[in-house]
Design a protein around this ligand. Structure first.
Ligand code: ADP
Ligand code: ZN
Length: 215
């Protein structure tokens, strides 16, 4: 299955995309993670991407497209993939369609996780990421103590773009550039909305139902 996760910043795309990728045994591809890895290693791509990400702007389509095409060309994507945070513009969506068409493939489902904006902002402000295993947590979780990762013991840090001024810019980018994708995919009848305001388990259940997986 070829699945895309869309949704505003903080909606839970990463968390649920990762879980679904384990369940379906297909790779989880997060453009945000790829950019952040490159930024931490100070690669050429990372240095360029950081200029945009640190301002809450989208990385230019040309750069984003080329990394995604490279990644989707790897063998492990042959049986399906989950794209998380890509596409984020109409140009990216159209180019992805062309690319997949060339391989006689298509997007099967686009999962849109729905969460109200004030909740999203609170979530982003209390989000912490493990610097080692990259798992994300909320300061409100009881397992999170002393900035230590409950999974691996690594140090929990705040993402550089999870600051209120940058969060606002990310929402502007989302509304202007990414939201129009919802109509694009709805017209093709592959858009599936999943409520994401309740617990992690309930949201996962909503997502599985939305893509017709019954467990
Ligand atoms: P979130 O969904 O919480 O904003 P991501 O990790 O998906 O977080 O993305 C972080 C940042 O990386 C974005 O704000 C944007 O600058 C950049 N980015 C990620 N994916 C894309 C994309 N498909 N196109 C352009 N920029 C992207
Ligand atoms: Zn960890």
């Amino acid at each position: 299955m070829n699945i895309i996760f869309v949704g505003a910043p903080g909606a839970g795309k990463g968390t649920h995309a990762k879980k679904l990728s384990e369940m379906l045994n297909i790779p989880h591809i997060s453009t945000g993670d790829i950019f952040r890895d490159n930024i931490s290693q100070q690669t050429e791509l990372g240095i360029v991407a950081d200029k945009y990400i640190s301002k809450g702007m989208l990385v230019p389509d040309e750069i984003t497209m080329s990394i995604v095409k490279d990644r989707l060309s790897k063998e492990d994507c042959d049986d399906g993939f989950i794209l998380d945070g890509f596409p984020r513009t109409l140009v990216q969506a159209e180019e992805l369609d062309k690319f997949l068409e060339g391989k006689n493939r298509k997007v099967d489902y686009v999962v849109n996780i729905l969460v109200e904006e004030d909740v999203l902002i609170q979530r982003l402000l209390s989000r912490r990421v493990c610097s080692q295993c990259k798992s994300t947590f909320s300061l409100s979780q009881t397992c999170v103590k002393n900035d230590t990762c409950p999974k691996c013991g690594g140090k929990l840090v705040k993402r550089d773009d999870d600051k209120i001024e940058i969060i606002k810019e990310r929402f502007i980018s989302y509304h202007n550039q990414t939201e129009p994708l919802l109509n694009y995919y709805a017209a093709r009848k592959i858009l599936r909305n999943a409520k994401g305001m309740e617990s992690y388990e309930q949201t996962l259940k909503n997502i599985l139902e939305a893509i017709d997986i019954t467990k």
